[in-house]
Design a binder for this molecule. Structure first.
Ligand code: GUN
Ligand code: FE
Length: 487
């Protein structure tokens, strides 16, 4: 393990109650502070009851939780005086095999970056890696490091593209299961020989479809801790994963739509990411990207499409009516998007929307960084960019800004809605996915030395200034999967 201060506990050390001050966003647009809340869990790590000091039952419940803790130490997890909790983050879009190149080569346009940097890297990943000298010895350490790094940034649920290698993608799913992160994972399909390099593509359409079915069976068939249908543990779920329309044949796209329907499986892909990507479906099918994806059966509830920077109003309406979610990846968009995604408009059109890092199109593994960028990009969209243009014509022709609390919603409850999972807030019935923030670390003091007193100010300090150093514990479905005790 990379960092000696990280330790992992199994579900036998799961607390049954948590006491502390929590921030969350049950509704879009505002936040709630639950001061000194007592959160009680059922046997599966799901929130059964939330009481605060104003509730008549609070004192009695707290007394009995403390007594239970005396009898069985570890029953009650009490946050320290300077600690508060946020919901675990939900990252809707990560390319796991791109982790070694995060921060590298972001100067090229998307299609050049894919062909020259990304495909050669992804081709190295696999358990019996295709002609790679690195193979298994490379794949597992990278995946383990990525999952731990994401957890250390507070990400408790993550939606991953694996690579085109099916066994390597299975290894990624197993890595998430053994470390204890909830994950949606897919084997990438890129079968078109005219669009992909010979060294990195599916050998045939039939094999790509068969491997996708095999992948779903392998993940759903896991016993014990891996089982998606075992409510005691965070799930590991398979996703049907056409890379994007430009890399797939029509036979693969329609075959994958059929597989997704037959298994009620998650789907993940890219939609309208850039000027170029947006134009490909139109040239090939005479339709927008979203219309084409929908016609192949790939837009539905539990489908997550990355980016949507160029999503037109009619396409947003297809997303809304099919229940498809958008993964907004604002850092990646600054490099490859050619525009700012109009999050406020798309959210207002009734589309499920959450946040993604898009490692490595986005360089940062942190959704904190993406919350910050989502807010900043939305302000730039509203105000415009060129000071030589008169202010009334400089920016978007509509209110576009997104607040920090709205961006927190996207990183938490918005992600839960996108995935149709009960995660993202501290409400009854939700899985207890939590990050514990120490507000008073050396050189990472989020308290402002008492200068501010409003809860909204405290939350904004956390969202804008937290570092990984401030994140001391991470719990997934009640189980502590990361604890930094080097106080
Ligand atoms: N479109 C197709 N593949 C990719 C990828 O790996 N990253 C990004 N940002 N866009 C893509
Ligand atoms: Fe991507």
């Amino acid at each position: 393990m990379a960092d000696r201060s990280f330790s992992r506990a199994d579900s036998t050390t799961r607390p049954t109650a948590i006491l502390g001050t929590c921030f969350h966003t049950p509704a879009y647009g505002s936040f709630e502070m639950l001061e000194q809340a007592l959160i009680e869990l059922d046997d599966h790590g799901v929130i059964e009851r939330v009481t605060t000091p104003v509730d008549p039952a609070y004192r009695e419940r707290l007394r009995s939780a403390r007594e239970a803790n005396d009898r069985k130490p570890g029953y009650l997890l009490e946050l320290d005086k300077d600690e508060v909790a946020l919901p675990g983050f939900i990252d809707l879009h990560v390319h796991a095999p791109q982790w070694p190149q995060a921060g590298i080569a972001l100067d090229e346009p998307l299609e050049v970056w894919l062909n020259e940097r990304t495909f050669p890297l992804e081709a190295k990943f696999g358990i019996e890696a295709r002609g790679s000298s690195l193979g298994s010895s490379f794949t597992l350490p990278v995946y383990q490091d990525l999952v731990q790094t994401l957890l250390s940034r507070g990400t408790t649920t993550c939606v991953y593209f694996g690579s085109a290698d099916v066994r390597g993608s299975e290894a990624l799913a197993k890595t998430c299961a053994s470390i204890g992160q909830r994950a949606i994972v897919g084997k990438v399909v890129m079968d078109d020989p005219s669009a992909n390099p010979d060294f990195y593509r599916d050998t045939s359409t039939e094999q790509a479809l068969a491997e996708t079915e095999g992948f779903i069976a392998a993940i759903e068939g896991h016993s014990g801790k891996c089982a998606a249908n075992d409510p005691r543990f965070p799930g590991i779920y398979p996703a049907v994963t056409p890379r994007f329309i430009p890399s797939c044949t029509e036979a693969a796209l329609s075959g994958l739509g059929e597989i997704a329907r037959a298994h009620d499986a998650y789907v993940q892909s890219h939609c309208d990411e850039s000027q170029w990507q947006s134009s490909v479906a139109r040239e090939r099918f005479g339709k927008s990207d979203a219309e084409a994806l929908a016609d192949f059966g790939l837009l539905k509830r539990k489908a997550v499409m990355a980016h949507g920077t160029f999503l037109l109003d009619g396409e947003a309406e297809i997303f809304r009516t099919t229940g498809t979610a958008l993964a907004h990846c604002p850092i990646s968009n600054a490099y490859f998007g050619n525009a700012v995604c109009p999050v406020r408009r798309i959210h207002g059109q009734g589309v499920h929307i959450g946040l993604g890092t898009d490692i490595s199109g986005g360089f940062s593994p942190s959704l904190y960084d993406n919350i910050r960028m989502a807010v900043m990009a939305s302000r730039i969209l509203e105000d415009g960019v060129d000071a030589r243009v008169p202010s009334e014509r400089r920016g978007a022709n509509e209110p576009s800004r997104v607040s920090a609390a709205e961006a927190l919603y996207l990183a938490t409850k918005g992600g839960g809605e996108a995935l149709d999972l009960p995660i993202g807030s501290f409400e009854v019935g939700q899985s207890l996915d939590m990050q514990v923030i120490d507000l008073k670390r050396p050189f990472a003091d989020l308290t402002g030395n008492g200068v501010f007193t409003r809860p909204a100010d405290q939350l904004e300090r956390i969202l804008y200034l937290s570092t990984p150093e401030n994140i001391r514990k991470v719990l997934v479905q009640g189980t502590c999967v990361l604890s930094r005790d080097d106080r």
